[in-house]
Design a protein around this ligand. Sequence first.
Ligand SMILES: Nc1ncnc2c1ncn2[C@@H]1O[C@H](COP(=O)(O)OP(=O)(O)OP(=O)(O)O)[C@@H](O)[C@H]1O
Ligand SMILES: [Mg+2]
Length: 502
Amino acid sequence: MNGIVKRFPGVVANDGVNFEARAGEVHALLGENGAGKSTLSNVLTGLYRPDEGTVSLNDEIVHFDSPRIALERGIGMVHQHFRLVNSFTVAENIILGERSSSLFMDTSAAVERISALATQYGIAVDPSARIWQLSVGEQQRVEILKALYHGAKVLILDEPTAVLTPQEADSLFRVLRSMVAEGRTVIFISHKLDEVMAVADRITVLRAGKTVSTIECATTTTRDLARLMVGRDVVFNRVIRANHAEPNNIVLQVSNIDATDDRGGQALKSISLTVGKSEIVAIAGVAGNGQRELAEVIGGMRPSTRGTIAVNNEVVPNGRVRKAMTAGVSHVPEDRLHTGLVADHSVEDNLILKSYRGAPISKMSVLRRRVIRAQAKETIEKYDVKTPDTITPIRLLSGGNVQKVLLAREFDSLPSVMVVSSPTRGLDVGAIENVRKRLVDAADSGVGVLLISEDLEEIFALADRILVMYEGSIVGNIPAAEANRESIGLLMGGGSLSAENN
Ligand SMILES: Nc1ncnc2c1ncn2[C@@H]1O[C@H](COP(=O)(O)OP(=O)(O)OP(=O)(O)O)[C@@H](O)[C@H]1O
Ligand SMILES: [Mg+2]
């Protein structure tokens, strides 16, 4: 890719990017939120047409008018949001991309080819399963198989591990390595520097739409990469707390909560926990063990079937979002664009979603635009949100900047309790530092924080106390100072500590 320029109203997303990937390599694409990584991959796969610059494939200049044409020429992409049809089987979804095929044709030959590919690359997936039955990690494998099935020689993965457990990520890396071993090319976008170091051969860093440099993985360190991305040194250490946690001064009390999941199964089994003033309590666990349901019950979005939630010693009515909010609960969900924000609304309107009912935002039910805009500008500055304007629709922001808007709104709502799910997922190193600092500031100012995360590094960097959740129950409650990764990891996988000691 040579001198690629892609402009959007008010932004130059790619500003003369040069990028070259070889056959047989994993090439990582790094850069801050909004640096232009997704835009560049969308140019490469024919979703966007560049305003300037050229794309060449094997020294031949090519123009792809659509992702389908790019795939015919051997360039496939696995997007962060999968494009699979839920009610169809794995095999049907994989064949679906084929121009000439109809779903009513004989699929048995295709199923055989899919199984052969799956075996060849060590991708465990059942071709006859329906998509809705699969975990996120399994769905991702279907997307990869789909690209391979259609002959992808270059595969682009946009933040593929953001949605994976550490075990699933390891198995993904094995698949990617076996793909490049036979001469294919993998372009790998990620914010996790350790991961990039583990899987990539070369790395290209983008900053503000421009190529900073391309380097061999073997000659660099995560610290150097962070500096290249952000343009300054980044602190990875534990943030120092100003105030001590007061675990006995309880702000959130969850007592004997049961709840069901979306399919009617029991998601939460008699959950009890407390969070004290200024305390950061982490819930460690592999995704899918009830964490999302617990966050939703506390946030009032999902009714419990038994038990109570109390905030500042007052019981909060069951399953009522507004009541939970006025009681002082703030909730930062995992699925930002669907539950936390309104994608088509502007940045400034999303910032006031929770506060528009009263002063100073509205007066006698009339919104005060000038106040809203001034506050939005302040927030954008304070949280370093990259957006052309306060009236830009949220869906046009890069993934990381969407998260900053949501966090800014929740931090500024002055809660007693914050429930935050994977708050730094998808954020670049600089933004992670910023968000962690703000979580600590919130705790220092007296807020009780319930941090739900699969990322042990994050948990150990922030938590005062660590709870482990497994199959809908709390299976461990350990002060962070006494915890170690091995014991937490063991509990997360359903093991028990006493068994280990014996
Ligand atoms: N369709 C669009 N319309 C307008 N602006 C856009 C559009 N897509 C991207 N942008 C803007 O272009 C810039 C680059 O965005 P891009 O999504 O490529 O960043 P990114 O490097 O993938 O970031 P992240 O790590 O947060 O995903 C951002 O400022 C973004 O707001
Ligand atoms: Mg992106």
